[in-house]
Write a protein that binds this ligand. Sequence first.
Ligand SMILES: *Cc1c(COP(=O)(O)O)cnc(C)c1O
Length: 359
Amino acid sequence: MQDRPMVYQDNAPAIETPSARLRRELSRFARLHLVHAPTPLEPMDRLSEELKGPRLWIKRDDCTGLATGGNKTRKLEYLLGEALTEEADTLITTGAIQSNHARQTAAAAVRARMSCVLILQDRVPIHDAQYQFGGNVLLDHLLDATIRRYPDGTNVPVEMERIADELRGQGKRPCIIPGGGSSRVGSRGYVECAVELAEQASAHGFTPDAVVVGAGSAGTQAGLVVGLAGLGLGTQVLGISISPDRARLEGLVAQMAGETMADLGLGPLDPRQVEVESGYVGPGYGLPSDEMIEAVGLAARLEALLLDPVYTGKAMAGLIGALRTGRFDGMQNVIFIHTGGSVTLSSYRATFAVPGDQP
Ligand SMILES: *Cc1c(COP(=O)(O)O)cnc(C)c1O
């Protein structure tokens, strides 16, 4: 018997996978290539054995590649895409003194042949030289950013507008990047990360039951929520907050996720997909907690992973707490997003009590 001839129909509706659709939607937006993607997805088997429960994985977004990397680089690809479209020549952004976002923005400005002005706010009551001048501040300086320091409580959005006006008066074309790079534009970078990690998980033969991520200005969690919802995998996203106001942060994530979804032609957002835990802040933003010190130590001793004192150390404390309280019972695979920041470890020298050190 002969095979029947194949019939090709050019006008047949294409069957597009959810991840192909998300990638196609994302490809409509301007973007500057900065990220070394895909960042690795690796098992944390020693930590999984120690903590019992589901198998734990880590998505290495500390390895995004831009001047020591971190999560802001994914957002900056899209934010810089817009800045370049507007023909900006100077970026203005803000953060705490040891801001990872400020440092990645300074680096992105270099790559885009732009200048960069950083509004660094003295939000954390640590005033030794390591904190004020080391870590990210040293890198900001090397990356040629103009550093302007302000006391806590400054009205930063107003100050950024004032500096933008000043620059326009000098014939420059400034572009204000919001704190943390969080906006409907920046969040797109984490929609992409969600697609990337789901494909990697699938290659390892699993669907993630939950993703745990540190949450500050909300854009990272918002993008992950949108991406994972768009993939329809039923993966839970748990944001571990670095500030105590949980309701405010959940509101921010929901708003940004809703806007990001609309831009991608998706939606509407199911509000149950936005979940923030604020029980791991400790004494305050940027201040050490015992749980953070335990988490940073465990990750280093068991996995050779360098977390950071401000975000990922507290987020890992949140993951450990969730496992200990049974929140992830019955789950098989949980992914922790390493969002970077280990550059600040040496700015917290006193916190980690090296024998013989007299800070
Ligand atoms: C900024 C930052 C976060 C939080 O990301 P948001 O998008 O601001 O919520 C987490 N980890 C590190 C290391 C960061 O620098």
